[in-house]
Each structure stands twice: as C-alpha cells, then as structure tokens.
Design a protein around this ligand. Structure first.
Ligand code: ZN
Length: 195
C-alpha cells in the first residue's frame, strides 16, 4: 500500500519538482527514506494544508493511496450551483471536490491544484531530508537556508534565507516555516574544504 503511495507521489509530481539532490544519473535509485517516512511527511503536509476540510483529509489520503481521483468523482456542478457557492461558474467543479475542499481550497483560481499541493510539499521535504542525510555523510556540519525568494515566502523564511544552521536545520524549518501551501526553500550544505 505504501509502495503505491510512493509511486503515486512520484506520478503526481512528475518532473515538476526540483531535481532530487541525491538522484543518480539513471534517476532510478531507490530513495533511502522508507515509504513510512514519506507517508508521514504527506500526512503532515495535509495537516498544514488549509485547502481541505479537516474531517475529509483521511478520505483524500486514502483515495490517493488507492489511486482514485476525487476530482472526477460525483456529478459536475451546474453554473447555478457554482454561483450559489461563490465559485467561478466556468470552472469545472465536481461534487467530489466540494465534499473535501475547504472554502479556501474552493476559492483557488483552479481548485484542482489543491490536490497536488500536499504531495509537492512532501516531495520537497523529502528532497531536503535527503540533502542533509547525504551531506552529513560527506562531512558537512553546517547548512545554509535558501528561501524560494519569490515574494511568497513566510516571515521566517524571509528572515532566515542565507543564514547558517547546524544539523537541526530540518527541525527548525519544520517548526517555524509557515509558508503556504508548502515550503519551497532548499538547503545548501557547507563543506569545510570548499570555504
Ligand atoms: Zn517558510
């Protein structure tokens, strides 16, 4: 089951996410992070993502694991129904989406995108974890935080971009970054012999 989730996350993200810091040339190397860890990351990303009704999160996660699309489930809303909900009447919205998306999720310029955000967030976090794990192995002891720097960063990311952290950088980011819908920063390892 977790394996299919892992494949699904890869499928959902395709080539959209930044290249993995630890990718092999073939791109087929297995991740050193167990599937359970990826599922835990995905659940945490769902917990912080405000695009879904809290009571529907488990259902969305389960449908992903099964490979079912909630975007296509249920009848399409009529233009009148969409207007009544304050939604763009020209946007494709199904009852399946209305059942699980919060008002914030439905207000997105394209509510379909809500369904990929937690997976993208989990994948980016996995990439940061792999960067730290691998560079610790090669002797890095300090790391620089690099925010996305495109104007959508949270206050913590803005304040800390370019700052140097110890090996607890992942915990610090997880605890303090409030970027929405997910953090897009990356970690730059610092190696003594390159300074
Ligand atoms: Zn942030």
């Amino acid at each position: 089951m977790l394996h299919s989730l892992f494949r699904l996350v890869r499928l959902v993200l395709g080539g959209a996410a930044p290249a993995k810091a630890t990718s092999s040339a073939s791109g087929s190397a297995p991740s050193p992070v167990p599937d359970a860890a990826l599922e835990a990351l995905l659940r945490e990303e769902f917990d912080r993502c405000r695009y879904f009704k809290p009571e529907a999160r488990e259902r969305v996660i389960r449908s992903w694991i099964k490979g079912e699309s909630l975007i296509r489930s249920g009848a399409k809303l009529s233009p009148e129904q969409k207007k009544a909900l304050g939604l763009n009447p020209r946007m494709l919205i199904t009852q399946g989406m209305v059942d699980v998306l919060s008002s914030e999720g439905l207000k997105l310029s394209d509510p379909k995108t809500a369904f990929s955000e937690p997976a993208i967030g989990a994948r980016l976090r996995l990439s940061r974890i792999e960067t730290v794990q691998k560079s610790l192995k090669y002797g890095a002891r300090e790391f620089k935080w690099r925010a996305a720097n495109d104007g959508d960063d949270c206050a913590w990311c803005k304040k800390n971009t370019g700052k140097t952290f110890g090996r607890d950088i992942l915990e610090q980011v997880a605890r303090q970054c409030t970027c929405e819908p997910h953090c897009r920063g990356f970690i730059e390892p610092l190696f003594d012999d390159l300074r």
